[in-house]
Each structure stands twice: as structure tokens, then as C-alpha cells.
Design a protein around this ligand. Structure first.
Ligand SMILES: Cc1ncc(COP(=O)(O)O)c(C=O)c1O
Length: 477
């Protein structure tokens, strides 16, 4: 059905074809039809009025309508069949350029309303203003030399600022020249495993459980990850040395400040033993320092790197302190690997972002942000423990008062963690089964890795109540 729209538009089906705007009538009608189809207001198969009729309704020449129909038929957006008129083609979906597109971009995954997933920082407190200021000031002050081709290891000002920050905050022992800028810990790891492979390494010892992404990065570079068990003292260094002997591995990836995901620090004597092993085999220890800025019960333990700067390569990033969206990280590289890793054609962050990071660090803005974040996370950590104790008295938690996650051990009567995760998802609660981080996922699991980085404080009680509903329902429920 076509109704008169005072010569500026017409209704086709229930859809208004609006010809308002600039340009020739042909373009305006074509745009109006494309918009109606792209937005789904005109479905595949919808009949269009005969050209004469639509021309009359729009008060335009029939020629305009036939031009547009013919163009869209030629593109496969419309189809014209003798006897049944013109219709929207089956499967017609238009991209914004007007080209018929068969695929549409999937939307970004939705953040659950009750976000208890680990590894996610506080997305409501990303330091937007401080970063914007740092970016503006850095760009205003940048010289022509700054804005020339980027240096592979990073801009000297950014390397120096990161080095100064790490010496102070993580007690890292390193000159400015040891720091290489990366797009994050994953990018850093990618460069490291490629360098290891090129130097003849075939295996990498990894903690089990651990973050699978870095294991996969190693495997993709042709370096086989060898799992080593973790207990309450962190990675089992005796087991690590045995696995090293069995496989010939001479490199290890560890999370000494706060094991991910078990949440414990690497015990003092194991730190020494790990470094003694590395010296003995002429090996390399990669220290993933992913969330060490956040410790709520005491000052953070110094980086392992400090104990042997010639054997430990430290990886860090702003993914936990700001957001992974910034894509900024660093590595502190031992002298023997510096030439290789400084020259590696990596994917350094943009120079403009590096200069902004340097500003944020030297102005004290980063420290102010960390202080505020630490306070928020400490309060949230304590509130989460209190809520869990009340609502899930049969469960217990483990892990340091640190970082952005803890481990929740459900009681023996609880359903399997996989069932809890599934049931919780239906209540818009994001949870993670410990199995996700195990090299060989266990047949049964009653452990959840609970993150509170992105948990909205006002929803904390409700989140735990929902979790408790799922964790205490019947096993087969
Ligand atoms: C254990 C661990 N290391 C490192 C990272 C950070 O990686 P990136 O800096 O590439 O974002 C994460 C992020 O989730 C992590 O969980």
C-alpha cells in the first residue's frame, strides 16, 4: 500500500521512504530504499509498488523510479519477476556503502551485568581524563624528530619513563636501555618466544594452571609449552627442574607476584631455586608481572627480576591498571637478549601513545590513578569476601588479597563448576571455571576463579546472591 506523503516521501508496506536531503532525486530515492532494507524495515521478499504508482505517490517522474529499481536489481538487492513485480531480494543485506554484503559484523561480546570474570579491570574507572590530558600535552610538545619513524624498541622518553616507574614501583634493577615498549604482555611474549625459537629453544616450561593465551603464543611460534604443577607456594620448582631435564627446556614462564589463576606469591626459597636452575642451564625466566601493582594487605613483593637481572625478563602492561584497549606494555630485557629483542620488528604502540604514557608517568597521573584504583579494589575485595562468607558458608576462598581475582572453592555438595557457570550465565552473571586455565582440564571441578575488577559495587551483593543460587542448587539442576 502506498500513501501520499506530500511529495517528500511515501509509505511502502509500513515503511516511510523519506526523500528529504540533498542531491539528485535518483540518489535520494536509492538511498531511501537502501536505508529501509539495511535497517530491516523492508524485509527480504517485501513487494515494492509498481514504478508508475510509486512515482505518483512521490510526485516524481516514473523514470527516476525505474532507474533506481533497475540499479538495485542489477546489484541483486531487488529482484524483478515477470508477473509478480519487484521485490526485495531474498537475503539482501546492504553494507553502509550500498554494496550488497553477505556478512554482517558481529556485535562486541556483551559485558555481563554481574561481572565476576577474572582478568578484567574496572572499565568504569579507566583514567579517561588523565589520559586525554597526557595525550594532548604530549602531542603539543612533540618535536618533528619525535614524530618521525618510530624506533623499534620504543621512544627513548617512554622507555626512560617506564624504566623509572619500574625501578620505583617494582624495584626492578635495570637501566633505561633494558626497557622495550610493546603492545602488551601478549605482544611481548610473542617476541620473546620467537627469539627463543630462533636461538634453538624448542620447549617452554609453563605453570599449570595458567593463562592459556601465552601458552598458545608459544605453541604458535613452534615452542612447545610444558606444564608444571602449581601449589600454595606457587610453581613447584623441583617439578620444573625435572620437566626441564626430561624435555631439554631452558626457559620458563612464571607469575611470581601473584600466580594466575591460583592467586599465591612464589615462595621465597622457590625464587632462589628457580634462578639457580636458570643459571645452571644457561636459561631464561620470563616473569609475567600482570597485576603486581595491586596488593591490599602490604606493599607489593619486589619483582623477581631484581634478584637476577641477567636471567629474568619481565613483562608488564597497562591492561590491568587501565584497560587492554590501550594496547600498551613493556618488557625489561636481560643484556644477553637486548640486541635481538630491541631490534625485533614488533608492533610497538603508536609513538603518540608512547609519549602520552611518558607524560602520564612523569606527571604523577599514573600513580594517582593506581592509588585510587587500589583503594577501590581493596574495598571491593573485602566486601566480596564478606558477602561470600554470608551467602555461601560451605564454600571457601583462597589467594592473596591482591590483584583482581580470588579462587572460590565450592562445597562438595555443589554442582560441577561448569554447571554453575552455565546457570549463572542465564542470570547475567559472568563466571569462570578453573578448568579453563588447566592444561588438561580436570574431569570434575568445584573451583571458580572469581574476578572483581569490573564488578559494579552496587551489584556486588546481588551478584553473590545469584552465584549462591546457582552454586547451591541440586547437582543435576
Ligand atoms: C596472566 C596474564 N598475563 C598477562 C595478561 C595481559 O596481557 P596483555 O598485556 O597482552 O593484555 C593477562 C590478561 O588477561 C593475564 O591474565
Amino acid at each position: 500500500m502506498v500513501l501520499d506523503q506530500a511529495n517528500s516521501g511515501a509509505v511502502v508496506g509500513d515503511t516511510l521512504l523519506d526523500l528529504a536531503g540533498d542531491g539528485p532525486l535518483v540518489s535520494r530515492l536509492e538511498r531511501a530504499l537502501r536505508d529501509a532494507i539495511t535497517s530491516g524495515r523492508l524485509d527480504a521478499g517485501s513487494p515494492l509498488p509498481a514504478s508508475r504508482r510509486l512515482a505518483q505517490e512521490l510526485g516524481i517522474s516514473r523514470w527516476v523510479v525505474t532507474q533506481v529499481y533497475e540499479q538495485l536489481v542489477a546489484e541483486g538487492v531487488l529482484e524483478a519477476r515477470v508477473g509478480s513485480g519487484t521485490r526485495v531480494a531474498a537475503g539482501a543485506r546492504l553494507g553502509p556503502t550500498g554494496a550488497a554484503a553477505t556478512d554482517t559484523l558481529p556485535p562486541l561480546p556483551r559485558v555481563p551485568a554481574y561481572d565476576l570474570r577474572p582478568g578484567i579491570p574496572d572499565l568504569r574507572h579507566v583514567p579517561r581524563d588523565a589520559w586525554s590530558r597526557a595525550l594532548r600535552d604530549a602531542l603539543a610538545a612533540a618535536t618533528a624528530d619525535d614524530l618521525a619513524a618510530p624506533a623499534a624498541a620504543g621512544h627513548p622518553a617512554a622507555r626512560a619513563a617506564v624504566a623509572a616507574h619500574l625501578r620505583r614501583a617494582r624495584m626492578v634493577e635495570a637501566p633505561d636501555t633494558a626497557v622495550v615498549l610493546t603492545r602488551g604482555a601478549t605482544d611481548g611474549m610473542d617476541r620473546v618466544v620467537r627469539a627463543l625459537r630462533a636461538a634453538g629453544h624448542t620447549h617452554l616450561l609453563v605453570e599449570d594452571p595458567s593463562w592459556p593465551v601465552l601458552r598458545e603464543v608459544a605453541a604458535r611460534a613452534g615452542v612447545v609449552p610444558v606444564p608444571v604443577a602449581v601449589d600454595e607456594g606457587g610453581v613447584d620448582v623441583d617439578a620444573l627442574a625435572r620437566a626441564a631435564r626430561a624435555t631439554g627446556a631452558r626457559a620458563a614462564l612464571v607469575t611470581p607476584a601473584h600466580q594466575f589463576p591460583v592467586g599465591v606469591p612464589l615462595a621465597g626459597e622457590r625464587r632462589e631455586a628457580l634462578l639457580a636452575w636458570a643459571r645452571e642451564v644457561d636459561g631464561l625466566v620470563v616473569e609475567d608481572d600482570y597485576d603486581a601493582e595491586f596488593r591490599y594487605d602490604r606493599r607489593p613483593v619486589a619483582a623477581l627480576q631484581r634478584l637476577d637481572p641477567s636471567r629474568v625478563l619481565l613483562l608488564g602492561s597497562t591492561s590491568k591498571t587501565m584497560s587492554p584497549a590501550f594496547g600498551i606494555g613493556w618488557m625489561v630485557v636481560p643484556p644477553a637478549w637486548r640486541a635481538t629483542l630491541s631490534a625485533a620488528p614488533g608492533t610497538a604502540p603508536s609513538v603518540v601513545d608512547q609519549l602520552a604514557l611518558a607524560r602520564l608517568l612523569t606527571s604523577g597521573g599514573y600513580d594517582r590513578h593506581l592509588r585510587a584504583a587500589r583503594g577501590r579494589f581493596r574495598r571491593r575485595h573485602d566486601a566480596l569476601l564478606a558477602a561470600l562468607a554470608t551467602r555461601l558458608p560451605d564454600a571457601r576462598t583462597s589467594g592473596l588479597a591482591a590483584g583482581l581475582h580470588l579462587v572460590l572453592h565450592l562445597g562438595q555438595a555443589a554442582p560441577d563448576a561448569a554447571d554453575v557457570v552455565r546457570a549463572a550465565a542465564r542470570l547475567d552473571v559472568g563466571l569462570t571455571d578453573m578448568r579453563r586455565y588447566q592444561v588438561e582440564p580436570a574431569p570434575t571441578s568445584r573451583r571458580l576463579v572469581l574476578g572483581y575488577g569490573n564488578l559494579v559495587d552496587a551489584r556486588l551483593d546481588d551478584a553473590v546472591t545469584r552465584l549462591a543460587t546457582c552454586a547451591t542448587s541440586r547437582r543435576d539442576g
